[in-house]
Design a protein. Structure first.
Length: 320
């Protein structure tokens, strides 16, 4: 896999409403090669020794040849215990013990990026003061802000660096759509996506039940990442404007971000997906294969909820 070579300019004005101008970052396209999971002797690499269940479950049955993966550190039994604790320690938890009917060891695709950039910013700034006024009956005081108008563009002297290892929330993107993005982010994301990643080797994935392909295009993931970076830098610019102009308030802050360098990795993150079926509905719980963190849809006992509602309603009528 070749890293994208950046060229051209990368300036785009951003405010809380989004990017206002066309993004002008250009880079040479990354070359991808794929190898079928069941092939052997491929020029792109050795066959991944994955189970038949993964072959039939994986959408498209393809993997990026240079993708890396993070091994499981949390066993299936540990994941089930963590999920049981997650679902049981609540007042309105179901009366019956929570037990998963479906269990899968899954590799979740993730784009992990490193980037360096410079930023320019501007915005309105104002000073708070207290004034006294007469409302026709008596004198009153009120606090107001005297706005100074839009500041000139200020170029920050610092170069900002964001890495997938240290800035996980910004620089790692779940590259598929099957599971809820918030569940994956809470349970499976972490610095190990870089530090513990290793190449896919023959026989390494025999205990894996599902390998999700990279369904999200890399440009979509990069759009999400630069939106996060711009939002982070907007907060920095707000603080910097207050300090620079001795202001009490700022508003309408805009930033121009110029990316100097970028690196992209394709990594598979481990997770245990546990499912409970309720008729046609599937309740999923995701347990990080390294972190052991749990995220999912909670179950509630309607019997307990109804009883509590009846007590509250009955108490209200008694008081009346």
């Amino acid at each position: 896999m070749m890293w994208p070579a950046l060229s051209g300019s990368a300036f785009a004005a951003y405010n809380r409403a989004g990017w206002r101008t066309a993004w002008s970052l250009t880079y040479a396209p990354t070359r991808w090669t794929y190898t079928r999971l069941w092939s052997s002797g491929s020029a792109a690499g050795e066959t991944v020794g994955i189970s038949q269940a993964a072959l039939t479950t994986a959408v498209g049955n393809r993997l990026p040849a240079q993708a890396r993966w993070v091994p499981f550190e949390v066993s299936e039994e540990e994941a089930v215990r963590a999920a049981e604790k997650f679902h049981s320690h609540r007042i309105f938890a179901p009366l019956a013990r929570w037990r998963p009917e479906g269990r899968r060891a899954v590799l979740l695709p993730c784009y992990a990026n490193d980037a360096s950039c410079r930023v320019k910013y501007r915005g309105e700034y104002g000073t708070n003061y207290t004034e006294t006024f007469y409302d026709g009956k008596q004198w009153r005081t009120r606090r107001t802000t005297r706005w100074q108008g839009m500041s000139p563009w200020v170029e920050d002297e610092n170069q900002f660096s964001f890495t997938a290892e240290e800035d996980c929330a910004l620089m790692q993107v779940y590259a598929a759509y099957k599971y809820k993005r918030d569940f994956v982010a809470h349970s499976s994301r972490g610095p190990f996506a870089v530090s513990a990643a290793r190449p896919l080797q023959s026989g390494a994935l025999r205990s894996v039940d599902e390998v999700q392909p990279f369904a999200m295009h890399r440009t979509t993931a990069w759009d999400m990442i630069r939106e996060r970076i711009a939002s982070e830098l907007t907060d920095h610019a707000s603080r910097a404007l207050r300090e620079r102009f001795w202001a009490d308030e700022v508003r309408g802050v805009e930033v121009e971000v110029a990316f100097v360098d970028r690196r992209e990795r394709c990594v598979f993150l481990p997770a245990h997906v546990l499912e409970v079926w309720d008729g046609k509905r599937v309740w999923r719980t995701v347990v990080g294969g390294v972190t052991g963190k749990v995220a999912g849809q909670r179950h509630y006992s309607w019997l307990k909820v109804s009883a509590a509602s009846g007590l509250v309603f009955g108490g209200a009528i008694t008081l009346l």
